[in-house]
Design a protein around this ligand. Structure first.
Ligand code: NAD
Length: 373
């Protein structure tokens, strides 16, 4: 995956675009964060510092996929003469924030760009010691909708019960903007942000059919908090450093985080088919390439919507795309799903996340699993 994504970015390097020089990505080992890091490194030649929480190999036990992604990232960065450092630990903790700040001071100087791309099921807040759990639930009433079970491939209705107020509050504590704000406050306090520094976090909006579980559900409340945090940080960065904070609305892709959301695998399987047919398909790296070259390259000010958000989901939400997806959604059943969707593409992307079924890999050959970063 790292190989394919670095290749996808190389064309940009040749185009001579410049961009941020020193980039911190929080949540840098998989999904959008990894693609952001690759886009910054191979798109602009940036020095990158990645923070993530992955299990390293231990004895006979292999590491997590994100650990191997990061090991591959470091290997390729060294080969291509790109400076890269990583901190593997809990980004919500004070220790990891302090360790990262010390590394920035020692090896990077000041940062031009900080990207917050965490997706976590829980967070221990170091200031109150409490561990908060996020929940993916509707609010106010139960929601019944179509979903596909990825292991059995059965399409069926599921009912998700509404969240309690505590579940809403805990989801905001995990996936809202508080921790992002603490990172930026610490970096300002430690004088580690360059003049004009920018920060970004990611969100999803999606079509109406996903709103009860996403936009209008617990995660949606957390994302509203993230958007409010962006407005607050934008004011702070503007007045202190002439900088900015934005939220970027990205399209639906296959990641460990998105596959866990009810309805998303079915929706994404249909979306992929329609977008591929129309020549509009994008994965993480195509999205982050667009973000880098169209919005973050030197001399560019990101284009935003009326709420001040960068919209990378413009192609996903195009009327003609959504009309076709919704028509397919209405008639998707267990019997016809393989024919009317790209479920096979979804499953392949999902397996690829963990290094399985990757094109060109000979799985008969032994491979070293005890890798360092
Ligand atoms: P992902 O699961 O692929 O990546 C999550 C990252 O967070 C990993 O690098 C992981 O190591 C890191 N992480 C988790 N807990 C951590 C902790 N305690 N400390 C340090 N690192 C930790 O997720 P993703 O889908 O790429 O999501 C990233 C962001 O993009 C989220 O804000 C998500 O809402 C947003 N987004 C995702 C989609 C989508 O379809 N996947 C669409 C739009 C927006």
């Amino acid at each position: 995956m790292v190989e394919r994504q670095t290749q996808a970015m190389s064309a940009g390097c040749r185009s001579g675009l410049s961009g941020p020089r020193n980039v911190l990505v929080i949540g840098a080992s998989t999904g959008y964060g990894l693609a952001t890091r690759i886009a910054a490194a191979w798109g602009f030649g940036a020095n990158t510092l990645g923070v993530f929480f992955e299990r390293p190999p231990e004895g006979k036990k292999t590491a997590t996929a994100g650990y191997y992604n990061s090991a591959a990232f470091h290997r390729r960065a060294r080969r291509d003469g790109l400076h890269a450092e990583s901190v593997n630990g809990d980004a919500f903790s004070d220790d990891v924030k302090r360790e990262t700040a010390a590394l920035i001071r020692k090896d990077f100087g000041k940062l031009d760009l900080v990207v917050y791309s965490l997706a976590a099921p829980r967070r221990t807040n170091p200031r109150d010691g409490h561990t908060y759990q996020s929940a993916l639930r509707p609010i106010g009433q139960p929601y019944t909708g179509k979903t596909v079970d990825l292991s059995t491939r059965i399409v069926a209705d599921i009912t998700v019960e509404p969240a309690s107020q505590q579940e809403i509050d805990e989801t905001v504590a995990v996936m809202g903007g508080e921790d992002w704000q603490w990172w930026i406050e610490l970096l300002i306090e430690e004088n580690l942000l360059a003049a004009g520094a920018r920060t970004l976090a990611y969100t999803y909006v999606g079509p109406k059919v996903t709103w009860p579980i996403y936009r209008d559900g617990t995660i949606g409340v957390a994302k509203k908090h993230l958007a409010a945090t962006a407005r607050h940080l934008d004011g702070v960065l503007h007045s202190r450093l002439g900088g900015n904070a934005w939220v970027s609305v990205n399209k639906a892709v296959v990641t460990q985080a998105s596959a866990a959301i009810p309805m998303i695998p079915l929706y994404v399987s249909l979306l992929f088919l329609v977008m591929r047919r129309k020549g509009l398909h994008e994965g993480c790296i195509e999205q982050m390439r667009r973000l880098a070259f169209e919005h973050l390259a030197a001399g560019k000010t990101p284009a935003t919507d009326e709420d001040g958000m960068i919209r990378l989901d413009d192609l996903e939400l195009r009327d003609d795309v959504q009309a076709e997806v919704m028509e397919l959604w209405g008639r998707a059943t267990t019997e016809n799903l393989e024919q009317i969707s790209d479920l096979a593409g979804f499953r392949l992307d999902f397996n690829n996340l963990f290094g399985f079924e990757v094109d060109g890999v000979d799985y008969e050959q032994p491979t070293e699993t005890d890798l360092s970063l």
